[in-house]
Ligand binder design. Sequence first.
Ligand code: T5A
Length: 214
Amino acid sequence: MKSKFIVVEGLEGTGKTCAIQQVITTLHSYGIHDVVSTREPGGTPLAEQLRTMIKQGVGEDLITNCTELLLLYAARVQLVESVIKPALTRGAWVVNDRHDLSTQAYQGGGRGIDKQLLQTLRNVVLGNFYPDLTLYLDLPPAISLERARARGRPLDRIEAESLSFFYRTRARYQELVASDPSIVTIDAGQPQEQFLAVIRDQIEQWLITQEIPQ
Ligand code: T5A
């Protein structure tokens, strides 16, 4: 059985953590037990340090949009080359919390970095490496941020951005999702039980199209 790379995407507080757990549980129920779960930015010692820099900043040193972009790609390529590709090669499945779509949406939509530049950078760094399936959890920013804030921990550099930043990010997510058949949109505003059932159904339907028997 060919291993697969599945990504869960969406704004903060959309429920990616529970969704990933549900994806893994569903894979297990299909006999797929070798599943590696990781996150971006992060997932290796180097990439976790970059994550801290990206989320917390470094003292008074203002991180420019371009620096942020390059730090994100440095973290991503480190994770892809040292964890994701080796896992897929040995036959494991990989479930990722965020991947390149986050950059296209946050740095492209939110920060306003040129789309063409982002695509070029993506192609140079990742080549023809793409997820097999992406679940995009969609929720209006006002609700997603309210959920994220309800966790009670201090907001990081990106979470502290304006509401309009997150509306631009969501709009870019929606635009990209509409043009890519490998991305499935899930309404993250439904009650949690229903939300998790929809995720399970989507994974099951997709496994059937991949001819993976129950
Ligand atoms: N970033 C990342 C970029 O700008 N560019 C990039 O290329 C990449 C890769 C990463 C940050 O970096 C940015 C984006 C981010 O700002 P992160 O911590 O990995 O940071 O990402 P977050 O999205 O901030 O992670 P969260 O933990 O906030 O989001 P989740 O996992 O989506 O939310 P979760 O599961 O913790 O849920 C939040 C709360 O909502 C509740 C949960 O119980 C929880 O309390 N909830 C629901 N409540 C009601 N109904 C439902 N259906 C619910 N589902 C969950």
